[in-house]
Design a protein around this ligand. Structure first.
Ligand SMILES: [Zn+2]
Length: 120
């Protein structure tokens, strides 16, 4: 498999996951880079200070925003909305690793073939 980029993260089966801007390494192939970079949790009201006053941002006790930054150059890698306590999501997982934890795409497709999206 050839290396590829999702957002600002380079995924390389040989070299692992790294920053697309500075090349700094985050973790090995198959890891969740979000567990290995700088992260910051902030409340919706904090976000409101940064965006235009025309945006309506409602505070909610069960919702938090998370920023993920490159620990080498500081680049903002991702910004996501989470429920409080929810683990960091994985943006990409190699199929063999997903299969090892029970993911079976064929079975899921056969259960609900109309629920899948095809990109052409
Ligand atoms: Zn970087």
């Amino acid at each position: 498999m050839e290396p590829f980029i999702i957002g600002a993260v380079r995924y390389d089966p040989e070299d692992g996951l790294s920053c697309e801007k500075c090349g700094g390494r985050f973790c090995t192939w198959g890891g969740n880079y979000k567990e290995h970079v700088k992260s910051r949790r902030l409340a919706a009201t904090e976000l409101k200070k940064r965006v235009s006053p025309s945006y309506y941002v409602k505070e909610h006790d069960d919702v938090e925003l998370r920023e993920f930054h490159c620990p080498h150059c500081g680049l903002l890698l991702d910004f996501e909305v989470y429920r409080v306590g929810e683990p960091n999501r994985v943006d990409y997982e190699p199929l063999d690793r997903a299969g090892a934890r029970g993911y079976d795409a064929r079975a899921l497709f056969e259960q609900a073939p109309d629920s899948w999206i095809t990109f052409q």
